[in-house]
Design a protein around this ligand. Structure first.
Ligand SMILES: Nc1ncnc2c1ncn2[C@@H]1O[C@H](COP(=O)(O)OP(=O)(O)OP(=O)(O)O)[C@@H](O)[C@H]1O
Length: 274
């Protein structure tokens, strides 16, 4: 088992050309909930224009980190810049440049999908006709046109993710943060979401998403950060983080020090005589 020193790569080793300003810059980030240290001193730069995966086991601190980076949760310590602006000193500027699909996704349940997009667009300061045009296209592409007049409270889990994604994209943000965007989403919808996100990053925008599904991260992301116990264990391009391992899954298990847990003598009753 190699030691768990951070494996790095990415922006600083990417080549001779000067890289653009990072999409996200985090310095000395800490967050504690009572005795529980959720984020234990993160320093990280996420390159702009990439599809970035933030991966880690349950309780690693992914949601806490994303909440602080998007201005939803105040850090105990540390500095965060998104698109060149300080998240906590310049929140309005940052919020106009980002889209967020948070965990738990609280939506205005008593609006229809179409109304939700209309309301979000007006809150974002977009002209009504432009909101209508973008809403129609997003509802269509995300296969929600047939459900656009249904109340959000009656949407399925996958439909909620898709209308949440549409709301997050409506103002064409520079950086999009998605907490587990594919959870509860069927393969057809996942493919649709994937297509929308790939198109969006091709235009130079940045997607940062958290996930436990390594195959998905491996197939989607060009850049990965691995988080465990509130610290960054590795970050860089997919190839750099994968290192010599056969897959990202293997590299992940090695990095977080969690080979499949041997149940040993425990659970010996399970599957035994009844
Ligand atoms: N509001 C809170 N109050 C107390 N503890 C919290 C709170 N939010 C998170 N934690 C704790 O902080 C740690 C990190 O949690 P977090 O939700 O950020 O992890 P995660 O990587 O997103 O996990 P998962 O993959 O299971 O969603 C966990 O130990 C969790 O119990």
């Amino acid at each position: 088992m190699p030691d768990q020193a951070e494996r790095t790569g990415g922006t600083d080793t990417a080549g001779a050309a000067p890289s653009p300003a990072p999409a996200v810059r985090v310095e000395g980030l800490w967050k504690r909930f009572g005795e529980q240290v959720a984020v234990a001193g993160i320093d990280l730069e996420l390159p702009a224009g990439k599809f970035i995966g933030l991966v880690g086991p349950n309780g690693a601190g992914k949601t806490t980190t994303l909440s602080m980076v998007t201005g939803l949760l105040r850090p105990d310590m540390g500095r965060i810049e998104v698109a060149g602006h300080d998240v906590w000193r310049d929140p309005v500027e940052v919020k106009s440049r980002i889209g967020v699909l948070p965990e738990g996704l609280r939506l205005f349940e008593r609006l229809s999908g179409r109304e939700l997009l209309g309301y979000t667009g007006r809150l974002r300061g977009l002209p009504g006709a432009e909101v209508d045009k973008r809403a129609t296209q997003l509802l269509d592409v995300l296969d929600l046109a047939g459900a656009q007049h249904k109340l959000v409270v009656d949407y399925s889990t996958g439909m909620r993710k898709k209308i949440g994604l549409a709301s997050a994209l409506l103002h064409n943000p520079e950086v999009l943060f998605l907490d587990e965007p594919f959870e509860g989403v069927d393969p057809v919808s996942a493919q649709t979401i994937r297509g929308v996100l790939e198109r969006y990053t091709r235009s130079g925008a940045t997607v940062v998403f958290s996930s436990h599904v390594m195959e998905l991260v491996e197939s989607l992301c060009d850049w990965v950060a691995v988080l465990a116990a509130g610290r960054i264990r590795a970050h860089g391009t997919l190839t750099e983080v994968r290192g010599d391992a056969a897959s990202l899954q293997d590299a992940f298990l090695e990095l977080v020090g969690a080979g499949a847990r041997d149940t040993g003598e425990s659970l010996d009753w399970l599957g035994g005589a009844r």
